[in-house]
Design a protein around this ligand. Structure first.
Ligand code: PLP
Length: 341
């Protein structure tokens, strides 16, 4: 099977397993796990932030961040298909007691103007807007990235209106690679960022939240509240360190493979907006072919390819460590055969 459902299916590398085996550990709730401390410092340093916090998942990273930034009854702004709103089990409402003001967008990217128009007025009827959330790269939009000048404009707006910015950077390293910059060049525009170690970077578990020290101290309490105070978590952090040290540059292979895959999908006759294929995600539409996404995925599965159903007519494929250029050639061939049937 060629598994293109997600970059979360990646297996830890041998070097990660070795590092996990040898990891020096302590009780992280007491702040005594040296490997966790090392990973948190490394993540903060790479993103140009003061401090970092290891959490169990990207979802926990986002939700703890929102809990830390907001009060019950606040409103936060995010894109209409943002993971934080769309795919986190209504955690915003349940955990933070906030509501989301969702803004539809083209290709997942919000502009400073559309965000500003959604900021609430000071009025007894209205909730307070206390957070702007940006997803970079944007998963449901096909792995699209915020242009740096757009981020700079949003930062200016956020400063002018005194509203913090949280970035859901589950795939922050993919966004940075696509734009030819290091992650700190992107992270500088957000107050806080979460990025996943367990997607394209291949670590088995974990996400880092990075931001100002005072924020991270407060976030640590919410992490504990949610049951995310792990003990000898250095076992996991050891793999995260290897991920940050050895798996960043190789993401370029995934982007190359995604571009080749997307070209093949277009060539085979599927509807695809190639401008969205900026990173390791490829989303295409099967409606024109009189198919539903679920039928398409089922047929692909019989032919040895796994893909995700991403809406009634949308199919998602994600390239990752373990998917080779040869696999992409095979998948392109399968797609051609699928349409000929
Ligand atoms: C995967 C993902 C998350 C959540 O990460 P989990 O580790 O699966 O909880 C958050 N945001 C985006 C954009 C993602 O793609």
């Amino acid at each position: 099977m060629i598994d293109l459902r997600s970059d979360t299916v990646t297996q830890p590398t041998d070097q990660m397993r070795e590092a996990m085996y040898r990891a020096e550990v302590g009780d992280d709730v007491y702040g005594e796990d040296p490997t966790i401390l090392k990973l948190e410092a490394l993540g903060a340093q790479m993103t140009g932030k003061e401090a970092g916090l290891f959490v169990a998942s990207g979802t926990m990273g986002n939700q703890v961040s929102v809990m830390t930034h907001t009060q019950r009854g606040d409103e936060i702004i995010c894109e209409a298909q943002a993971h934080i709103f769309y795919s986190e089990v209504a955690g915003l409402a349940v955990l933070s007691g906030v509501q989301a003001r969702t803004i539809p967008s083209i290709r997942g990217i919000l502009s400073a103007e559309t965000i500003e128009a959604a900021i609430r007025a000071q009025d007894i009827h209205q909730p307070k807007t206390t957070l702007i959330c940006l997803e970079n790269s944007h998963n449901r939009a096909g792995g699209t990235c915020y242009p740096l000048d757009t981020l700079a404009e949003i930062r200016k707006l956020a400063d002018r209106r005194n509203i913090p910015v949280h970035m859901d950077g589950a795939r922050l390293f993919n966004a940075a690679l696509a734009q030819g910059v290091t992650v700190d060049k992107i992270a500088q525009y957000a107050d806080t960022v979460q990025f996943c170690l367990s997607k394209g970077l291949c670590a088995p578990v974990g996400t880092l939240i990075v931001g100002p020290t005072a924020f991270i101290d407060k976030a640590r309490r919410y992490r504990k509240m949610l049951g995310g105070g792990l003990r000898q978590a250095g076992i996991l952090a050891a793999a995260g360190i290897v991920a940050l040290q050895t798996m960043v540059d190789r993401l370029a292979e995934d982007h190359d493979n995604a571009a080749k895959l997307a070209a093949g999908i277009a060539e085979a006759g599927f509807d695809i907006d190639l401008s969205t294929v900026q990173t390791n995600i490829v989303i295409f539409d099967v409606s024109r072919l009189g198919m539903k996404a679920a039928d398409c995925a089922a047929k692909l599965k019989k032919m040895g390819v796994l893909a995700s159903v991403f809406g009634e007519y949308r199919v998602r494929m994600v390239t990752h460590y373990g998917i080779t250029a040869q696999d992409i050639t095979t998948v392109r061939d399968v797609l051609h055969r699928l349409l000929k049937k």
